[in-house]
Design a protein around this ligand. Structure first.
Ligand SMILES: Nc1nc2c(ncn2[C@@H]2O[C@H](COP(=O)(O)O[C@H]3[C@@H](O)[C@H](n4cnc5c(=O)[nH]c(N)nc54)O[C@@H]3COP(=O)(O)O)[C@@H](O)[C@H]2O)c(=O)[nH]1
Length: 517
């Protein structure tokens, strides 16, 4: 009886007909300081049983309404309404079900306490916001049960790292927070963050799986970095975002300029979402010339965003944002269709090269989208070249290769862009029969002055010759670069020496130049 009752979600007692307590549950005993032996002290409840008293004063001075219900044998059940008490139901609401850690509600309460400022002994609080790196990949590839076990192992390490006076909370998914109390802030927060980065980043063995994840951490201090829980959490989140931006597996303290940057970034996002509807995107075309006969053999389609206030926004600035907010597929599809339509209207049979973002591979229907662009525009497939970067092949290589083969079977060409800048350029050349490699412009730029760059360019061109793959040097700006590339056997060039990217309306001049060099 006692065990079950102690788990009931309210305080209650049973009174005998004479008003004596014959039973009280733990919540009731705590509220009114009753001994665990009923009948041995506490408030006089005889007037409660008679209905003359409808409220009782608790040990901590609160006046709590009581509900007497008479039942068999003249006994009375007294129920106490204590909305602030930690009943078991509310307990579950304050704890994370998987890990048993405190949840966001508890964290915010404790932040409010911390906001009162340093304690007399100089103790100050730091908020550390943690986000696990690469956890999603574990969950997605090995399933949620393994993901859950890994989370529990992470929590073991968190608990082992903090002090008893610190609070560890789980905010959801793979996001955790620590409120660290120390008289030696900010040094203590710095030391804890560094320890966590080291410890969480060590290998885990979960059900025979060797797992490697990491953690990124943002740190904020109340009240300077936020004088309410939401503001403080936001500051820590901005610092966390910066830590991730800088390469993950590290920590950053909040700085005011992060706020300004986040505002600017939010405005850019909003403008970018509107840009499509407002038809602010354009496609520019940059010529590619064959070094064999100096003819323009193709053009690369490059997205441009003409912003009414900012002017022309570089794709280097907006493509990564479009990728993050999931807009890149829409932009990429539009560029593809626009470029195919444009190329289909050209007088010659020059190729059109279109960039594909790694995100477009993650979205179903890429092959169908490309086939539809060809069908709608009437462009022969052999005139379309899709440029991908190595990052496309980093994730789900088997799935990506299957898509590449399907695209190839449509009759289009596949080029490897920015060759030489990735982790395993040569390996990727073995994994798929690319039609072309584009030598990254950084090597071309440094080629005249840097022996290593010159050697890399020479090696890539040599590789292309042996594998029967054409090579396009990007970013060619000088005659000297052109002559060296020709001497090495490079097949094509692209760069300002030939032409900058131009709008479709300026292409006629390039076609004429090509016909009458
Ligand atoms: N997924 C998509 N990515 C796109 C799309 N359109 C562009 N991009 C990518 O954005 C990056 C920046 O592009 P951009 O500013 O257009 O720069 C290109 C050229 O203008 C520049 N270039 C060309 N020649 C020279 C030169 O002689 N000197 C010099 N300093 N820069 C030069 O190089 C960029 C072309 O790069 P690449 O694509 O690697 O051939 C860029 O990564 C684009 O790929 C899009 O529609 N989708």
């Amino acid at each position: 009886m006692m065990e079950v009752c102690d788990r009931l979600p309210c305080a209650f007692a049973i009174l005998e007909p004479d008003g004596l307590v014959s039973f009280a549950n733990a919540a009731f005993r705590t509220l009114f300081n009753l001994s665990s032996h009923p009948g041995l002290g506490g408030p006089d409840l005889s007037r409660v049983a008679s209905g003359a008293v409808r409220s009782l004063k608790s040990l901590d001075g609160r006046i709590l309404p009581v509900n007497p219900v008479t039942f068999g044998g003249g006994r009375t059940l007294v129920l106490v309404e204590d909305k602030s008490s930690s009943s078991p139901a509310e307990m579950t609401e304050r704890r994370d079900a998987l890990t048993g850690l405190a949840n966001r509600v508890v964290l915010k309460e404790q932040i409010v306490t911390a906001l009162t400022g340093p304690e007399p002994d100089g103790t100050e609080t730091a908020l550390l916001l943690l986000d696990l790196d690469r956890f999603k990949a574990v969950n997605d590839t090995l399933g949620h049960p393994i993901g859950d076990k890994l989370l529990c192992r992470v929590v073991d390490r968190l608990r082992a790292t903090v002090r008893k006076t610190d609070l560890v909370a789980r905010l959801g998914g793979d996001e955790f927070a620590i409120l660290q109390r120390s008289p030696k802030q900010p040094e203590a927060a710095k030391a804890l963050a560094q320890r966590l980065v080291d410890l969480i980043g060590r290998t885990y063995l979960v059900d025979d799986h060797i797992l490697n994840i990491g953690v990124s951490i943002g740190v904020a201090f109340p009240p300077n970095d936020g004088n309410d829980p939401d503001r403080l959490l936001k500051s820590a989140d901005l610092a966390l975002y910066r830590a991730k931006e800088e390469g993950r597996g590290r920590f950053r303290f909040f700085e005011q300029e992060m706020d300004a940057r986040a505002q600017a970034r939010r405005t850019l996002e909003l403008d970018l979402r509107r840009a499509f509807a407002l038809r602010q995107f354009e496609v520019y075309y940059q010529a590619q010339m064959s070094l064999h006969d100096k003819q323009v053999v193709g053009f690369e389609a490059l997205a441009r965003w003409r912003h009414p206030q900012r002017g022309m926004v570089s794709p280097a600035a907006f493509i990564p944002v479009a990728e993050e907010i999931g807009l890149i597929s829409q932009i990429g599809e539009w560029v593809l269709l626009t470029a195919c339509r444009e190329a289909a209207s050209w007088p010659g049979n020059q190729r059109i090269a279109v960039n594909l973002s790694p995100m477009q591979f993650g979205k179903a229907g890429l092959v169908e989208t490309v086939a539809a662009a060809l069908a709608t525009s009437g462009l022969p497939p052999e005139r379309l070249e899709l440029e991908i970067t190595e990052s496309v092949l980093l994730d789900d290589t088997a799935g990506t290769l299957a898509i590449l083969h399907q695209l190839r079977s449509l009759g289009i060409r596949i080029a490897m862009d920015d060759f030489g800048t990735g982790y395993s350029s040569l390996g990727y050349l073995r994994s798929f029969p690319f039609d072309k490699v584009k030598i990254d412009q950084s090597f071309i730029r440094d080629m005249p002055t840097d022996g290593d760059s010159a050697a890399i360019v020479k090696a890539i061109i040599g590789l292309g010759i042996s594998l029967g793959i054409s090579t396009t040097a990007e970013g060619v700006e000088t005659e000297e670069q052109l002559n060296r590339l020709r001497a090495e056997g490079c097949t094509d060039i692209q760069g300002y020496l030939l032409s900058k990217p131009v709008p479709a309306s300026d292409l006629a001049a390039i076609f004429n130049r090509s016909t009458h060099p």
